[in-house]
Design a protein around this ligand. Structure first.
Ligand SMILES: [Fe+2]
Length: 504
C-alpha cells in the first residue's frame, strides 16, 4: 500500500509522537501553525508542555535524532539488500551463461580433437562444419539447421556449408534465407517464432519451420557466416551470451579448419613434390609408385585400418622408392646383371628414403614403412632382416603391392603377367617372402576389383613437357639415359624375372 519512502515517514512520525508522549509532552494534531499558536492562547487542542517536564526536552530531542538515524539506516539497508539481490541474480545468470558456453567450447574442442586423431592429416576439415552444426543444434534443442558462409563483402551472396535435419534443401527456404541474411546484416542474433514466420512461408521447406534462431559467426571480429537453427524445443529461453559464444566458437573452429586445410595442402604438396622427384628420375618408376599406392590403399581398407593409418600407408607407398633418387643412374640404369657391389648400393635405397622423409616432420611417421619395405616374411630381406610380424604391417603391405605392380607391368623383355597369374605368384610365396594374411586380402581384393589397366600420370607431363626442360636436353638424348629393361633393377627382387630366375 505504501512504498518505502512513505512507510519510513509514517514510522518516523509515530516514533516521534511516542517519544514525546513518553517524555511528558501533550501531543495534539494541528492543521496549521496558527492552530498551535491559538492552542496556547485559547487553551484548546495543540501541544502543551508541562513546566516540570521541560528539563527533559534535550533528552527527548536526542532520542528523536537517534530514532531518525536508526530509521534512515534501516531504510538504506533495505535498499542495499534489494540492490544486492538484483545484482546476485544477475551474477548467477552470468555464471550460468559462462558455464554453458565453456561446456559447449570444451565439447566442441574434444570432438574436433577426436576427429583429427581419427582422420589424420588428409581428412577431417570437411567434417568440421557438420560437427559444429550438430553441437549447436543440441545446445539450442533444435532439430534442423544449416551453416552458411559469407562469400565476399556483405551478406550476399552466401554459400551453404552444411545442413542437418531438413527434409528439403534449406537454400530453397525463404525463411532460412531471410533470417540468415538478417542476422548477417545486423551482426546480431535473430530469433522469430511461428507468428512472425507465417507471412514469410513460400516453399515446402518453410513449412518445416516452427521457429528460427540465426546466430552470426565471427572470425577474428569479422563476420564470416551464420548458423541457422530451426524448431528449437526451448525457443525463447536461450541466453544471448551463450548464443554469441556459440557463434564465436564456431568461427574459431572454422578458422582452424582453414589453417588445417593449408597445412594439409602443404603436406600433400610435399608428398607430390617428392613423388614427382621419383618420376623425374624415371617415369616408369613414378607410375610404379602410383600403382603401388593405389593397391596399398585398397588393402589398408580391407585390413580395417583407421583413416589416419591408411593415409600414412598410402603416402609411404607413394614414396617407398624415394631413396632411389640418391642412387647413381650408372647403377640404377645399368643393363644386365648387377655385381655384388652394385647390388649393395641399390640396397641402400630404403635407408636413404627413410632418412629423407625424416627430414620433414609431417612425413617422419612414414619412415619406418619406407625403411622396411624390402624385408621378407622369412627374415631373408633387407636392410634389417626382420621376420614375420617384426616387420611393420605397412611395410608388409607395401612389399606385396610392390611385387604385384612389378609383375603386372609391361617389360621390354616380357609381357605383363595377368592379374590371376600375379595373384597366384603372390600366393606361392606367401609365408616365405610375403605376409600370408596380407596376400590373402590383397588377392581377394584384386580379383574382386581388378586394378585399372591405364593409370593416369598426373603431374609428369607438366615437368617433361616444359619447353625449358626440353631445350636443355641434348638432341636425341634419352631422358633417363638408359633402356627401360633396367627397370628390373629399380623394382629389384619383386619382378617376374626375380621369381623365375633368382628364386627359380
Ligand atoms: Fe624398393
Amino acid at each position: 500500500m505504501f512504498n518505502d519512502k512513505h512507510s519510513s515517514k509514517i514510522l518516523l512520525a509515530l516514533v516521534a509522537i511516542l517519544l514525546l508522549v513518553t517524555t511528558g509532552y501533550l501531543v495534539v494534531l494541528a492543521a496549521t501553525g496558527y492552530d498551535l499558536i491559538d492552542f496556547n492562547a485559547l487553551d484548546g487542542p495543540g501541544i502543551g508542555i508541562a513546566d516540570e517536564r521541560r528539563a527533559l526536552l534535550p533528552y527527548a530531542l536526542a532520542a528523536l535524532v537517534a530514532a531518525i538515524l536508526a530509521i534512515g539506516l534501516w531504510v538504506r539497508d533495505r535498499r542495499v539488500e534489494g540492490a544486492d539481490s538484483a545484482s546476485s541474480s544477475e551474477l548467477q545468470r552470468a555464471l550460468r551463461s559462462r558455464d554453458t558456453s565453456r561446456a559447449f567450447a570444451r565439447r566442441l574442442s574434444t570432438q574436433v580433437d577426436e576427429l583429427r586423431s581419427e582422420v589424420g592429416m588428409l581428412g577431417g576439415a570437411e567434417n568440421l562444419p557438420e560437427l559444429i552444426l550438430q553441437l549447436s543444434l543440441e545446445l539450442v534443442n533444435a532439430d534442423r539447421g544449416a551453416i552458411f558462409k559469407r562469400k565476399g563483402a556483405g551478406s550476399e551472396p552466401r554459400q551453404l556449408v552444411t545442413a542437418l535435419g531438413f527434409d528439403g534443401d534449406p537454400r530453397h527456404s525463404a525463411i532460412v534465407n531471410r533470417f540468415a541474411v538478417q542476422a548477417m546484416d545486423r551482426d546480431a542474433i535473430v530469433c522469430h517464432g511461428r507468428d512472425v514466420l507465417e507471412e514469410h512461408r513460400e516453399s515446402s521447406v518453410d513449412e518445416e519451420i516452427e521457429n528460427v534462431t540465426a546466430i552470426p559467426i565471427f572470425v577474428r571480429d569479422e563476420l564470416d557466416g551464420v548458423v541457422v537453427c530451426a524448431n528449437s524445443e526451448t525457443f525463447g529461453s536461450h541466453d544471448e551470451d551463450v548464443l554469441i559464444a556459440l557463434g564465436d566458437q564456431a568461427g574459431a573452429v572454422l578458422k582452424n579448419a582453414d589453417l588445417h586445410g593449408e597445412l594439409r595442402d602443404s603436406y600433400v604438396a610435399t608428398v607430390r613434390m617428392l613423388a614427382e622427384a621419383i618420376r623425374v628420375k624415371d617415369p616408369h618408376l613414378g607410375s610404379h609408385s602410383e600403382d603401388v599406392s593405389g593397391y596399398v590403399g585398397r588393402v589398408a581398407e580391407g585390413l580395417g585400418l583407421d583413416p589416419k593409418r591408411r593415409e600414412e600407408l598410402v603416402c609411404a607407398s607413394l614414396l617407398h622408392d624415394i631413396g632411389k633418387i640418391g642412387i647413381s643412374e650408372r647403377i640404377l640404369l645399368k643393363p644386365g646383371r648387377l655385381n655384388a657391389e652394385e647390388f649393395g648400393v641399390i640396397q641402400l635405397h630404403p635407408r636413404i628414403g627413410s632418412r629423407l622423409v625424416q627430414q620433414v616432420p609431417s612425413l617422419a611417421p612414414l619412415a619406418t614403412f619406407i625403411l622396411h619395405h624390402h624385408e621378407r616374411y622369412d627374415g631373408s630381406g633387407y636392410p634389417a632382416g626382420l621376420k614375420g610380424e617384426e616387420i611393420p604391417l605397412g611395410a608388409r603391405v607395401i612389399g606385396v603391392a610392390d611385387a604385384f605392380s612389378a609383375m603386372t607391368s609391361d617389360r621390354p623383355y616380357r609381357g605383363r603377367m595377368s592379374l590371376e597369374e600375379a595373384c597366384e605368384e603372390l600366393e606361392r610365396h606367401a609365408g616365405t617372402q610375403f605376409d600370408p594374411d596380407v596376400v590373402r586380402i590383397f588377392a581377394d581384393e584384386a580379383r574382386l576389383r581388378p586394378p585399372s589397366e591405364s593409370e593416369a600420370e598426373p603431374g609428369l607431363g607438366s615437368v617433361l613437357d616444359d619447353p625449358e626442360f626440353q631445350a636443355r636436353r641434348p638432341e636425341g638424348e634419352a631422358l633417363l639415359g638408359g633402356p627401360r629393361d633396367l627397370t628390373d633393377h629399380l623394382t629389384l627382387l619383386y619382378t617376374h624375372r626375380y621369381f623365375h630366375e633368382v628364386v627359380g
